[in-house]
Ligand binder design. Sequence first.
Ligand code: GLC
Length: 615
Amino acid sequence: MSLDIAPAPAQSGCDDLTTDAAPDKSVTWRRLLAQLESVYGADTVAGGLGERVRVAIAAARAARPAPLQALDRQRQADPDWISRSGQSVYTFYVDRFADTLRGVEQRRDYLKALGVRWLHPLPLLKPRPGDSDGGFAVADYRAVDPALGDMPDLSRLAASLHEDGIGLLLDIVSNHTAREHEWAQKARAGDPEYRDYYIVLPDAEAVAAWERELIDVFPATAPGSFTWDAEMGGYVWTTFYPFQWDLNYANPVVFVEMLEILLHLANQGVQGFRLDSAPFLWKRQGTHSRNQPEAYALVEAWRAALDLATPGVVLLAEAIESLEDVLPFFGLEGPGCNLAYNNGVMTALWGGLADGDAGIVRRVMAAAAKRPPRSAWLNYVRCHDDLIWTALSAYAPAEDLARWSAFYGDGGADSFSDGRAFQSATGLAPSTNGMAAALTGLRRDPSPDGPAAARLRLLYGIVHALDGWPLIYMGDELGLDDDLAYAEDPLRAGDGRWLHRPRMDWDLAERRHAAGTLPATLFTAMRAFGETARRLDSLGVRGPAEPFETPSPAVLAFRRGGGPRVLTVFANLSGAPVTLDGIVTAGSVDALTSTSVAGPDLTLDGWGLVWLVSA
Ligand code: GLC
C-alpha cells in the first residue's frame, strides 16, 4: 500500500533517524518500524508509512519549544524518575472544578497546598454539541472546548503548572471520534478516503457475526456495538455510545493522524496522555476485540515515536481489564505505556473492605507486582467511571463479585455503602457508581473520627504506599458527596456515572482551615500521605509492593524491598482491632507518624494503618 506523504517540513534541528549518527535514536526508530511492520506489514511501511511517520516526528522535533526540550533532557538523564513515589495526580472535570481553564489556573494555590505533582483534567478538547459522554466524544482534537477556554489558555496553564513542578496529563480519546468530527463528516459525505477511517458493516448479518463475541460496555443505555447510519449506508462500529465512532486502526493513516495529534498537543506543553479505551484499538472477528496483540503494538509504536520527538511525555493506559490483559500495555517487545491504571488492586480493595478480609487484595497485588521496572501503576480509590467488578473475574468467583456488587450498589442492612448499581452485561455483576464518600458511608456518618472517615483514609493511605503514582479523585480530599441532582439534568440523567461527578464545593473546601472538621482531617491526611510517599525515595524505599500473609485474614500486609530500606505496610480492612504477635522488626519507624514502633507485637485499630520503615 502506498500512502500520501506530507510535504517535508524544514529539517533544521532534525537528525536523520535512520542512520547510526545517534545510536539510541536509531535503535528506537528501528523499534518503531518493527512495530509498524508487525501490524501493517513491511510493504506498507516501506511504501510510505515509515516516511510519513518520520516526517511527523521530524516536524515535531523541530517545533519543540526550548523549555520542553529541557524537560525531555532532564527526564532522559534520570530514567528512574517514572517509578519515584508520591507523584500525586489530581483528576477532575474542568467545568466542575473551576468552570474554565483560567479558573483552574486561579486554583493553583489549592492544588499546591494539596501537594499534587500532576493534573489530569478529564477530556477538554472540543466535544460534539449536546451529550458528549463527558467530553469523550471529540469533534476537534486541535481545539479546546470553547466553554472551557482555548488552546492558548491550555498552553499557558501547562507552562504555569510546569513552573510549579506540576505536569499536565490530558486524555487522548484515541479509540473513537465524535460523529461530528470532520473525518466522520467527510465519510458521511461519501469521501472513500475518510470512510476508511471508520469501520462500517454492510448488513445485519455481518453485525450479528461480529457481535456474537463482543461484550457490551453500556448494555442498558447503548446496547450493541454498531449503529445504523443512513448517510454511511451501513452499520458503523460504535463500542460506546452511538455518537462515538470507533476508528479503524487497520488503516495506517489513522495511526499517523493520531500520532500527529499527540505530537501537536505535546508541543503545547502537555506532559502526558491518558490513552482512553486502549484495549479497543484493534478488532478481530471471532474474538471479543479487546486487548489484541496489535493494540499493544500500536501503543508501543506511539511510545517509540514520542521517545524520538518528545521523550519527556508519558503515556498512561486506560485499560480497565483483567490484570493479565493490562500488563502487556507496559510493553511486550519494547517500552509501551509508562503507566497504567491499577484497576485490579483498586477494585479488590473495595471488595476486601466489604468483607473485612484481605485475601482478594493479596491475590491481585501479587499479580500487579509483575509490572516491568521503569514503569508505574496509577493507584487509585475512585475515578469518574463506575467500579467494574467483572475486571476481577480471574481472581474471584462470581459469587464474590455479586456479593460486592450488591454490598456497594444496593445497600442492604449489613452494608455501610450508599452507592448505586450501574449496568453490566446480562448475567454479570452490575458495576457500582458513587463517590468514595458514599461508598465508605460518610453520608450516614460524617464524623471526622468515625468509621466511614477511617475507611476513606485507609484506602487512600494504602494507594499512596503502593509503588506508583497515587490519584486523588476531585473532592475525596474533602469527603465530597454524590451529585444526587444529576438525574434532573436531561443531558446527564441517562448515565448513572454522573452521580459521582459533582461540582466542587468551594465552601466545603474553605472548611479545611477549621481544625477538627471532616474536610480539615481528610485534606490534612491526603497531603500527609503524598508528602510521606515522596519521602520514601530519600529513605531508600523502592520496588513493587509484594503482599504477604499474616495470621489475621483482615490485615493486608505488603513489603516494598527493592532498595536499601524496606517499607512494610499493615492495613486492617476490618472494623475490629487486631494484634499481630512478633511481627515488627526492631528499630522500625512508622513513616506516617514519624514515631518508632516498639514491637515486636503490633496492634492496629479498626481500619488502622501503619507504614513501617526498617532501620
Ligand atoms: C473510558 C472513559 C469513560 C468513557 C469511555 C468512552 O472508559 O473513562 O468515561 O465513557 O472511555 O470514551
